[in-house]
Design a protein around this ligand. Structure first.
Ligand SMILES: *Cc1c(COP(=O)(O)O)cnc(C)c1O
Ligand SMILES: [Zn+2]
Length: 420
């Protein structure tokens, strides 16, 4: 018997764990049901220590992993006694060695491993930056081909801590295309023979990889936190934290409660916030994102722009928020920038703009009384340490091998212009 089965959260169908992304009968999420119910950390470097609850059959070869530590300075500033920081990025002084500087790398390692075990040799991802770096880095490490579709706004983030390899195929989209256009084009490329979709939030390897942030927090704190703070664009990280908490409850050693998901979007683009506050499972574009291109253009943390997030789907963000009695916040650019300075000053590490949004939401929550002074809080700093990284590594840029005017470009043209 395999290590896990996949269970459809809608109809209950079960599947053996291959590289399956969806149920045969509906579009709901599948969830990995691991046969090992008590987490036994493996003695290995990196996130492979959570092997029991990752959908892979061979150990990962990376030293990248999330870390958790107890905050002193920011905690004092906010009057909190049990504030823990989950950090996914580069901060060697604290043992954090995620060299692409975001928790997307926690998704990329198990996803590429799962693909390889299923006999796949090439994957396509859409990204405004952090996901691209993560998958490109794993491609450089493993030789597995990755095709990356990036909108123009993400090009400056296409750096790597190593020399790019021929296994990385970067496709740039012209100005005027956003992240969702990139997702659309990536979906089309996934139809080409030999190329597999990474599946986004539908891929349990992505979710359970990101879920290691919650696992690391629970084993460090020795209990499930009372609150979980994160900035979201798709919400996948928050869904993953909830699913990790479900497994931890079942484990029995970390408490029987759920962490209250307290998650934030960056105004003015906040479709999930708008739908959630209206009590709706559906996102209604006319109401929740009336002018997406304009609003996305005004975001400080444009990594958080996603016009088709897994919010309504069974097992998605609406369910995660409902199950944990969650809350959502809208954070302005100014609030985020102010929070970034405060965090960097007090904690001593640089953070990415989405993480600044997360810090700002914690500040709001404290002011609103949505956390109590002694509650155990996990603040997910999902990206940071790029300035710190530059002290130790010289970064190199990935170069596009093809350009796309819009998401409907004929794939033949792309293929001819690129090294396909
Ligand atoms: C992708 C990303 C997010 C948002 O994550 P989701 O859970 O997928 O919405 C937040 N912070 C950073 C640093 C990210 O890279
Ligand atoms: Zn089903």
């Amino acid at each position: 018997m395999g290590k896990y089965t996949l269970k459809c959260l809608q109809c209950g169908s079960e599947y053996q764990g291959d590289y399956r992304l969806k149920c045969d009968h509906d579009n709901s999420f599948l969830r990995a049901n691991y046969h090992t119910k008590q987490l036994a950390l493996k003695r290995t470097k990196g996130m492979g220590k959570f092997y029991d609850w990752l959908p892979i059959h061979k150990q990962l070869d990376t030293d990248a992993a999330p870390i958790t530590y107890k905050s002193e300075e920011l905690a004092r500033e906010l009057g909190l006694t049990n504030l823990y920081i989950g950090f996914s990025g580069y901060w060697p002084e604290r043992g954090a060695l995620v060299r692409t500087c975001s928790f997307k790398e926690l998704e990329a390692h198990p996803t590429m491993q799962r693909l390889k075990e299923a006999g796949g040799s090439a994957i396509v991802v859409a990204s405004v930056g952090n996901t691209a770096r993560a998958f490109a880095h794993v491609s450089a490490m493993t030789g597995i081909d990755v095709h990356i579709v990036v909108p123009h706004s993400g090009l400056s983030r296409m750096w790597l801590p190593e020399e790019p390899t021929d296994s990385i195929h970067l496709i740039r989209m012209a100005e005027g295309n956003d992240y969702t256009d990139a997702i659309y084009l990536a979906d089309r490329i996934a139809q080409l023979p030999g190329i597999m979709s990474e599946g986004g939030a539908k891929n349990v390897a992505r979710r359970d990889g990101m879920g290691t942030v919650m696992l690391d927090a629970a084993v460090t704190i020795k209990r499930i936190p009372d609150h979980y703070f994160q900035a979201v664009g798709s919400g996948t990280g928050a869904i993953s934290a909830w699913e990790a908490a479900i497994r931890l409850r079942c484990d029995g050693r970390f408490g029987k409660h759920f962490p209250k998901l307290q998650i934030a979007q960056n105004l003015p683009f906040a479709p999930m916030l708008s739908a959630w506050n209206a009590g709706r499972r559906e996102i209604i574009p006319q109401i929740d994102m009336p002018d997406p291109k304009k609003d996305i253009g005004e975001m400080y943390a444009d990594v958080l722009s996603n016009r088709a997030p897994p919010y309504s789907v069974t097992g998605g963000l609406f369910d995660a928020l409902s199950a944990t009695n969650g809350l959502m916040y809208g954070i302005t650019n100014d609030e985020a920038k102010e929070a970034k300075s405060l965090f960097e000053l007090l904690e001593g590490i640089d953070i990415l703009s989405p993480s600044a949004v997360a810090v700002a939401s914690l500040i709001k929550a404290v002011r609103a009384g949505n956390v109590a002074k002694d509650d155990v809080i996990l603040l997910n700093i999902a990206g940071g340490g790029t300035e710190r990284l530059k002290q130790d590594y010289s970064l190199t840029m990935m170069h596009p091998i093809a350009s796309a005017k819009n998401p409907d470009v004929p794939l033949d043209d792309l293929i001819q212009s690129g090294k396909y």
